[in-house]
Design a protein around this ligand. Structure first.
Ligand SMILES: [Cu+2]
Length: 250
């Protein structure tokens, strides 16, 4: 609307000389503005049923370098569920939307190695967007990316304590591209790559927001690494659209 107001003010300057023309132009802009206004797709992800208990990562505590960074044995985080069954770490995107990446102009996404664990473990980037991998630990890690989609290169690089950040980019969309550490075989992160800016990972409150989606019909896809994929058809027309998902533990 700020843009529209600015245009309106600009047009008013010409008001005296051609009042009628200005009115017509404002009407055209108003219609164009309505047609072109993007909206958010929002929702909450819920889990029904009781997920299996997370496993203690005992090999981590058998490694002296890693053990000294933990007072208690860390566990896996396969199912991150809130007090009201809110499900985090669900990757939500617009299915089949490609060729719309703005990744090259977006800030990098950061994947850290801390306490001999990846954080976060589920993340998402655009094609062409930088993924920066940090080592915050006082020990060596080995960052081994193992894509499965042709065109996304495998890479395997050691990263000692205090070593410079590593940078990764991918050209092809890929769901749950695996990062692993060859030094610590329990370390995994899963990076989903999209060829558009319209995706989101649900937070600890189970909520997601896909911002600024242009008007149109879409299939919203919600993907959880252990629970599979669900879809829902929506239409972005005049205002925000809600798409809630419920996953069930089988
Ligand atoms: Cu490691």
């Amino acid at each position: 609307m700020a843009l529209y107001s600015a245009l309106e003010r600009l047009l008013m300057k010409f008001d005296r000389s051609s009042g009628k023309m200005v009115l017509i132009m404002i009407a055209v802009l108003a219609v164009a503005g309505q047609i072109a206004s993007a909206a958010d797709i929002i929702g909450v992800i819920t889990l029904t049923g009781t997920p299996p208990a997370e496993k203690e990562i005992t090999p981590l505590m058998e490694n002296p370098d890693c053990a000294k960074m933990h007072a208690i044995t860390p566990t896996t985080h396969f199912y991150v569920v809130g007090p009201n069954h809110e499900l985090a770490d669900v990757v939500v995107s617009l299915k089949g939307v490609t060729g719309k990446s703005t990744g090259a102009s977006q800030p990098p996404v950061v994947l850290d190695q801390k306490g001999c664990l990846y954080t976060p473990q589920i993340l998402a980037i655009q094609t062409g967007q930088k993924l920066i991998v940090k080592n915050s630990d006082p020990c060596l890690h080995n960052v081994h990316a193992t894509p499965t989609v042709p065109g996304n290169p495998e890479s395997n690089q050691g990263q000692g304590p205090g070593a410079p950040d590593l940078t990764f980019t991918y050209t092809q969309p890929e769901m749950f591209l695996r990062f692993k550490c060859d030094v610590h075989p329990w370390m995994f992160a899963w990076v989903s790559v999209f060829d558009s800016p319209w995706f989101c990972v649900s937070g600890p409150d189970g909520k997601f927001v896909i911002k600024n989606v242009p008007p149109g019909k879409y299939t919203v896809e919600a993907a959880h690494r252990k629970l599979g994929t669900q879809t829902q058809d929506v239409e972005v027309k005049d205002g925000d659209v809600t798409a809630n998902f419920t996953f069930a533990v089988k």
